[in-house]
Ligand binder design. Structure first.
Ligand SMILES: Nc1ncnc2c1ncn2[C@@H]1O[C@H](COP(=O)(O)OP(=O)(O)OP(=O)(O)O)[C@@H](O)[C@H]1O
Ligand SMILES: [Zn+2]
Length: 760
């Protein structure tokens, strides 16, 4: 008897091993002495020792390798399978669909500590106070210690788990200090079985459309059958309330709920939205977790301790004891597509898992992707619409400002130089009016830093990244002008700002264009009191630079939610799902640039972003408005979006895609090749084309140099295969892709395959 093992090596095969000598020697060895399918084993592999997953038991006669050539496994790490049949099926499906080696698929879906062979019966650290400790045991100066101690004291004799305490704001160093001082102690308590979920707050009364959606989805849950739903609800229409009420039915049936959220949305608010409704065991899964927490979360999902699981993309790959519902919030969001290694799309995997578990899957969004609209057309998703906002809130009307007719406002510096603020007087007027009415304004600019380009006015030289096909972004602020530098937003390369042009020696260097820092400063200058030059309203900049620190987003969020008049200047970080009730004006000074891009998906993504940002206006009791400043007021796409709304716009794009034979009406695979020169990468792709089967029936586009071909000093070329039928594409890839990887010209190059790519 042999076992087949999937190992973390980039090879498209599994490996046969014998059982350890001890097991072999006992003729009566029970079948149970074999490592179970789905458990981990440690095996010799060449000169290494690797940990792999047993995927099959086979008879020695069925191995392609003679018995005396086979090695034995060293040891078995689990008494029971750690992956059940559903997880193994998922792994096989991912390997097949994305043409990715099975062993590497396990590398992606297993948490690091599981891959490293750590035992799974992880125990949770609890903390409790020791008996008979009084306030006198604290030095009067040890205020912070006392405060932390009091937080733990609130939990009574049994104390609380470290996780809970850290979430409440206790700090690990203080726990250690208090322990060393003999004031508190840690103890280990195995997890209790979860208690049934209770409602912490009453549900809202639904409007008709919400009620309709909730009933339809709950019916699928009750029937125990898979159905994919597109919950197509305009911004602020109360999609979350629909999720919550469907969740209630699922949780009451004792099942788990998985909620996927985009990368950036995973702030404490996301958790609070669900925790304030349900008293339940909620697990958060996100990229900022350390390995122990990740393993803990994985275990809680697998054992059923976690009742509500909120996570980013990769949570869709977790094992679940008894999953009853998957919600993909903001299902159109680009962060659901993994952009390296196993390039899966979390919404697609969510639908697959829905089929696996016979459960409903909700894809919720105000701006459905064209792919999802096509699935509705094909009858593969059931559409539920929410077309109004609850209560008095109305979607904010969008209005265009023709920036060709009105030039943008000029401002003068202290030394008399004039500069352009990038904002028209009409926009500035509207901002002023809104602030004076006591409301908040959101100005959206999807570019961080001070300016996107440093230009020599004399000779036209531009500061470019030496490692990428990209300009360096100018980082600078007038308040702190000594901290000025150039930075590449693709590879993080940094440089000082030169005093003179390196090409012609001119001192006439100018920062061109406008980023969030510059826009914030311009707004500062416009709204400052001319006497004191103090700004009358806070200007809050929200981008990756200002939210880098762990709690900074949280602080910003709190400042906004205090509701005082303020100007928020933000990148796409502010577009996603936030609810700022006091924002009544949203300004987009140049958001429509994307309609001019060469990428055929750009109009779709630009419109989604614009509508999502616009959706932040007027969500409270007061009406909102949206101003779009544009240099191309006749642009047909822009007009369509503003006049007829997103759905009608998206439908028109879908028609265009159909006529042009583009996805989602066709199916694409993108092959990228990375190497030291463009020539070698192009050659490898040419060789790849040469070994395509003669009857392949695919459209072959390329090889061409990839967009931003040079990145981080490496060159990228690409090749696109497009098929009318998905089956055709997979048929070709299954015979062709592995030989491509083995091509002599590909030997020192990195070749990757992206199925259903989102950009090319
Ligand atoms: N039936 C209802 N009655 C009253 N208020 C409701 C109802 N449903 C939702 N709301 C409220 O409407 C507001 C907007 O809801 P929510 O944030 O769920 O919208 P959304 O559809 O997720 O929007 P977005 O796509 O912009 O994130 C929330 O404050 C929510 O509490
Ligand atoms: Zn760079």
């Amino acid at each position: 008897m042999l076992v087949q093992v999937a190992l973390p090596v980039p090879l498209y095969r599994v490996f046969d091993y014998r059982l350890p000598a001890a097991t072999q020697a006992t003729p009566t060895a029970e079948p149970s002495a074999r490592p179970a399918i789905g458990s981990r084993v440690e095996v010799p592999f060449g000169r290494q020792t690797l940990i792999g997953i047993v995927v099959a038991h086979i008879a020695a006669a069925d191995s392609s390798v003679p018995l005396n050539k086979l090695k034995s496994i060293y040891r078995c790490l689990d008494n029971e399978p750690i992956l059940n049949a559903a997880m193994l099926k998922l792994a096989y499906w991912l390997a097949r669909y994305y043409h990715y080696p099975l062993g590497d698929v396990f590398g992606v879906i297993l948490p690091t500590l599981v891959r490293q062979g750590k035992p799974l019966d992880l125990l949770i650290t609890h903390w409790r106070i020791l008996p008979n400790i009084t306030d006198d045991d604290f030095h009067p100066n040890a205020k912070k210690q006392k405060q932390q101690f009091d937080m733990l004291k609130l939990h009574g004799e049994r104390g609380a788990s470290e996780d809970v305490l850290l979430l409440e704001g206790m700090q690990r160093p203080f726990l250690k200090t208090l322990e060393e001082k003999g004031l508190i102690e840690r103890y280990i308590e195995p997890k209790q079985a979860p208690t049934p979920v209770k409602l912490a707050k009453l549900p809202l009364d639904l409007n008709d459309e919400q009620q309709q959606a909730v009933s339809t989805i709950i019916a699928a849950h009750k029937a125990g059958r898979y159905t994919g739903f597109l919950l197509n609800g305009i911004t602020g229409s109360g999609k979350t309330e629909v999720y919550l009420q469907v969740m209630q039915a699922v949780l009451e049936a004792g099942k788990q709920v998985l909620i996927l959220v985009p990368e950036i949305g995973l702030t404490p608010q996301t958790r609070a939205r669900f925790a304030s409704r349900f008293a339940a065991d909620i697990v958060l899964l996100h990229s900022g977790m350390n390995n122990t927490h990740r393993l803990q979360g994985w275990q809680d999902c697998r054992t059923g301790h976690a009742q509500i699981i909120i996570g980013t993309r990769s949570a869709v790959l977790y094992p679940f004891a008894d999953l009853g519902l998957i919600v993909v919030d903001e299902a159109h969001d680009g962060s659901y597509k993994q952009q390296d290694t196993l390039r899966y799309h979390a919404a697609d995997v969510a639908l697959y898992r829905g089929v696996q578990y016979n459960i409903p899957v909700i894809l919720g969004t105000a701006t459905p992707s064209l792919e999802h609209l096509k699935l509705v057309d094909d009858g593969k998703l059931v559409e539920c619409q929410l077309s109004t906002r609850p209560g008095n809130a109305k979607p904010a009307p969008m209005q265009l400002i023709d920036a060709r007719l009105q030039s943008t406002h000029q401002q003068t510096t202290d030394d008399g130089a004039r500069y352009d603020t990038g904002l028209t007087d009409a926009m500035i007027g509207a901002i002023r009016q809104t602030l004076e009415a006591g409301d908040q304004v959101l100005v959206f600019l999807n570019r961080r830093g001070y300016a996107p380009v440093l230009l020599c006015e004399a000779c036209g030289w531009q500061a470019d990244c030496p490692r990428c096909d990209a300009h360096l972004t100018v980082h600078y602020s007038r308040q702190n002008s000594s901290n000025a530098y150039l930075k590449c937003h693709h590879c993080d390369w940094q440089a000082y700002i030169p005093a003179v042009c390196p090409d012609c020696g001119s001192q006439n260097l100018d920062a061109k264009g406008i980023g969030t820092t510059r826009l914030s400063e311009n707004l500062h200058a416009i709204f400052a009191n001319p006497q004191t030059s103090k700004v009358l309203y806070p200007i809050i900049q929200i981008d990756r630079d200002t939210t880098r620190r762990k709690d900074s987003w949280e602080n910003i969020y709190q400042r906004i939610n205090q509701g005082d008049p303020a100007i928020l200047v933000g990148t796409q970080m502010v577009a996603k799902g936030h609810h700022f009730p006091n924002v009544t004006l949203v300004c987009l000074p140049n958001a429509d640039r994307g309609f001019l891009s060469a990428d055929f998906r750009s109009p779709e993504h630009t419109a989604q972003l614009m509508i999502q940002v616009a959706g932040r206006a007027g969500r409270g009791d007061k009406a909102g408005r949206v101003l779009i400043q544009t240099l191309q007021p006749d642009n047909a796409l822009l007009l369509k979006l503003v006049k007829d709304g997103y759905l009608s716009f998206a439908r028109e794009l879908l028609q265009e895609r159909k006529m042009m034979g583009l996805p989602p009406y066709t199916h694409a695979a993108l092959i990228r090749c990375e190497g030291k020169t463009l020539a070698v990468t192009m050659q490898a792709l040419k060789d790849a084309i040469a070994i395509l089967p003669s009857n392949h029936n695919l459209a072959v586009l390329g090889p061409i140099d990839a967009p931003m071909s040079k990145k981080n000093s490496r060159y990228h070329a690409q090749l696109l295969l497009i098929a009318k039928e998905r089956g055709q594409l997979h048929q070709v890839l299954s015979h062709w892709w592995q030989p491509v990887l083995a091509l002599p010209s590909a030997k020192y190059l990195k070749l990757t395959l992206d199925i259903d790519p989102v950009g090319w």
